[in-house]
Design a protein around this ligand. Sequence first.
Ligand code: ADE
Ligand code: ZN
Length: 326
Amino acid sequence: MHRQDFITEIPKAELHLHIEGSLEPELMFALARRNRVSIPFSSIEDVRQAYQFTKLQDFLDIYYAGADVLLTAEDFRDLAVAYFDRAAADGVTHAEIFFDPQTHTLRGVPFDVVMEGLLAGVEDARRRHGMSVLLILCFLRHLDEDSAFATFRSAEKWFGQISGVGLDSSEVGHPPSKFAKVFAAAADAGLKRVAHAGEEGPPAYVYEALDILRVDRLDHGNRSLEDPFLISRLARDAMTLTVCPLSNLKLCVVEDLRNHPIDIMLEKGLRATLNSDDPAYFGGYVAENYRALVDAGKLSNRDVATLARNSFLGSFLNDEALTHQL
Ligand code: ADE
Ligand code: ZN
């Protein structure tokens, strides 16, 4: 089988995907028109031109502006359906997707509208692609913990449909410890916990995510490699890292994919997985992330199989569902 077919065909789980980051410029324009919302771009070409980032914050500013077009449950459903269709074409059979409710509730879009739309998309993915999907509610770390708690309370009636909580947005200056209480409440409610840590922030933030937030999974985690004790701990505990190569490249976490640390992560025995993060902004869905690292000489076919297997081992599927997927 041709290498690229192997990458597409091998069943994969996607564990690090911001649904708002899958908003393609075409859909952004269509929703802006449908909702009569003005956006700071004159054409689709203009949008793509703006996607030049030197750091995380450059991207976040554009990502939050783009999300302004999402207003109704139908918008969230259309967004989710578009992602699931694209992911299914890439061989994704299970997805655990992030959503950022505060990005919407602070603009006056009710939490329930976001949930109703996303759940309609999830149902469509189940029905048309046989895909299993879990939802992870992310708190925006540049906001305060009271705002996270307000979001947590709005989510309570949906806990049967939400698998976990996460932490995203501007990392540096907003350590995981800022959200200790709301993550403890999430643990008490039986929710899984994940956090972005070590994308731009130091290894100390990874320790806080592990020791204070008691995360089940680490999003990115690249800078863990600066600390040999941390590497040993992550390997010993089989902690899953949701690594996002094209995101790392676009946000200048690495300057070239030939310097991406994925091979080092695997050599050190870390349970790394590959994911697309915000594919509409970073130039590729999940298969493209695998392909880019293969093309950079970083992965053998065997590594591709290991990473795909890791994506299921690191998922929140229960043992029975896992047996079906593996
Ligand atoms: N929100 C969307 N993508 C993100 C990323 N890569 N890091 C932090 N917050 C995000
Ligand atoms: Zn992310």
